[in-house]
Ligand binder design. Structure first.
Ligand code: SF4
Ligand code: MG
Length: 327
């Protein structure tokens, strides 16, 4: 069986005034129904761009898809007709964004915004759409949903707004939900609640879930697999347990070391030295070499390919086997 969603060897460029930015340089990942994939990386690593390519919301014309495939249930969204593409995306895919306040329209009630989708896309009556909107707000654990449905976005707290966004994204019953930094704007307690909610919904509805984040901490408990991105490539891909226990790439190790840990209270957090590279001038060899504490001469010239580490794990580091202790 084909995976629910499969991105294969995707190359995307941005044609800017300053030159061609190589934003995605051969990204491959997949997600199955009932599974949560976390896509992790610093800003500019290409995690949002991959999601935008999947959803068909890349900026045109600066963004150019050079090559690759995005298959949803086996059909390549980059190759099917415009009509079929719209149909596949409309029925199957939904996205939740970081900033619920700008994604919701301030002029309309939360209920109206959910009901509009149901009426336009599913042809529901006003009355049925209202009933369904209340159910959806209830589903995302918004208290007093029957009253809340008549309120405006500004009457909701940040966490409630994000819940309302999630309710809206579930209105058409998607098979795959992509959440791009869904909790970044929220405080830590609310972050955890929203993550738990997404996970619960994913399990209950047997959806595929892609969680995009720069924070390894927030996805620790909910991800089945993790894809770590750097400079438009997936540098490590592993099941969550193995990745946390025993990172297979120095960049993943650095991300883990920069996490606050309860058991190491009071010790200083390590930050990753240097900055991510400009995508207009990605360093030769391993793109991480200017920041890597393990870099050797060959790292400056030889591009590391995927090293297979067993259990479906891969790492793009010349020394991946040594890192995980499997020489
Ligand atoms: Fe570091 Fe070299 Fe591995 Fe790149 S290939 S991550 S520079 S050790
Ligand atoms: Mg982003």
């Amino acid at each position: 069986d084909a995976p629910l969603l499969e991105v294969e060897d995707l190359f995307v460029e941005f044609h800017t005034r300053d030159g061609v930015a190589k934003v995605l340089n051969g990204v491959s990942y997949h997600v199955d129904a009932g599974e949560t994939l976390a896509v992790l990386g610093e800003s500019g690593s290409g995690k949002s761009v991959t999601a935008q390519a999947i959803m068909g919301i890349l900026d045109v014309p600066p963004a150019v898809v050079r090559s690759g495939a995005i298959r949803f249930r086996g059909e390549d969204l980059l190759k099917v007709s415009d009509g079929r593409r719209t149909e596949l995306r409309g029925q199957g895919l939904a996205m939740v964004f970081q900033d619920a306040l700008s994604a919701l329209n301030p002029v309309f009630t939360v209920g109206f915004q959910i009901e509009e989708q149901l009426r336009v896309r599913l042809g529901m009556s006003r009355k049925d759409a209202r009933k369904r909107a209340v159910e959806l707000l209830d589903l995302v654990r918004i208290p007093n949903a029957a009253r809340r449905v008549r309120q405006y976005p500004h009457e909701f707290s940040g966490g409630m707004r994000q819940r309302a966004m999630i309710a809206m994204s579930l209105a058409l019953d998607p098979e795959l939900l992509i959440a791009d930094e869904p909790t970044t704007a929220l405080d830590v307690t609310v972050q955890a609640q929203i993550m738990d909610l997404l996970k619960e919904l994913q399990v209950e509805r047997k959806m595929g879930l892609i969680l995009i984040t720069h924070d390894l901490g927030v996805v620790a408990e909910v991800a089945d697999r993790i894809a770590v991105m750097y400079a438009g490539k997936i540098v490590e891909h592993a099941d969550a347990v193995s990745l946390y226990r025993n990172p297979g790439h120095p960049y993943t190790a650095a991300l883990l070391e920069s996490l606050p840990r309860l058991d190491l209270k009071g010790t200083e957090l390590k930050t990753i030295r240097g900055l991510p590279p400009s995508l207009l001038a990605i360093p030769p060899g391993c793109p991480f070499h200017p920041r890597c504490p393990m870099a050797e001469d060959r790292c400056r010239t030889e591009v590391p390919g995927d090293h297979r580490l067993g259990l479906g794990r891969t790492s793009k580091c010349h020394f991946a086997e040594e890192l995980v202790g499997r020489v």
